[in-house]
Design a binder for this molecule. Structure first.
Ligand SMILES: [Mn+2]
Length: 181
């Protein structure tokens, strides 16, 4: 609950990119629920890390601050799923694919939950300014990352597959008819 309180304060003014501009904490709650269910409620530190997983990348919180407040285990999990912001966007995406197989087992579960939640969002409330090509590329990139997480959690991998299928269906439904064929 301390992690939830911390995350709600830090992400207070951040919104998702869809038309509904949902509060960013909705995403954090969804990822936390997915990892909680995937681990049968046995890994409170992983749930805390799920609530905090975007706070370094998006809100400029430091690893040291997370470690001081939540301990080394939670901080290490958050940093495992945090991109190096010194790199260009394309390189960061490439690194996620390259690093996925080498994450710890628990970070793989968190990564799977994040990618599942993001594709559900893409299906339900896609970013308004994304082209079809960008949305399709995002699904393909997500699949490439998740390939590297194979075996981490069969139930979440199935949930990801479902979300990826729904995202692709939603994207293709949105294609204007006069441009088909
Ligand atoms: Mn996320």
């Amino acid at each position: 609950m301390r992690a939830l309180a911390f995350a709600t304060l830090r992400h207070a003014d951040q919104r998702r990119k869809g038309r509904r501009a949902q509060p960013y904490v909705n995403h954090l709650a969804e990822v936390a629920l997915l990892v909680s269910e995937a681990t049968g409620g046995t890994d409170a530190a992983l749930v805390a890390a799920a609530l905090l997983h975007d706070v370094v990348e998006d809100q400029d919180v430091t690893a040291a601050e997370i470690e001081a407040t939540f301990g080394t285990d939670v901080a290490a999990l958050v940093m495992e799923v945090t991109d190096d912001k010194k790199l260009e966007a394309a390189e960061r995406k490439r690194m996620q694919v390259a690093h996925a197989p080498h994450l710890s087992a628990r970070a793989k579960v968190l990564k799977l939950a994040d990618k599942t939640a993001n594709l559900r969002s893409l299906a339900e409330d896609p970013p308004q300014d994304w082209s079809l090509a960008r949305a399709r590329a995002y699904v393909e990139w997500s699949r490439a990352v998740v390939e590297g997480l194979a075996g981490a959690c069969p139930a979440l991998e199935a949930a990801f597959e479902q979300a990826a299928g729904e995202a692709t269906a939603a994207i293709e439904r949105s294609v204007p008819h006069d441009t088909v064929g």
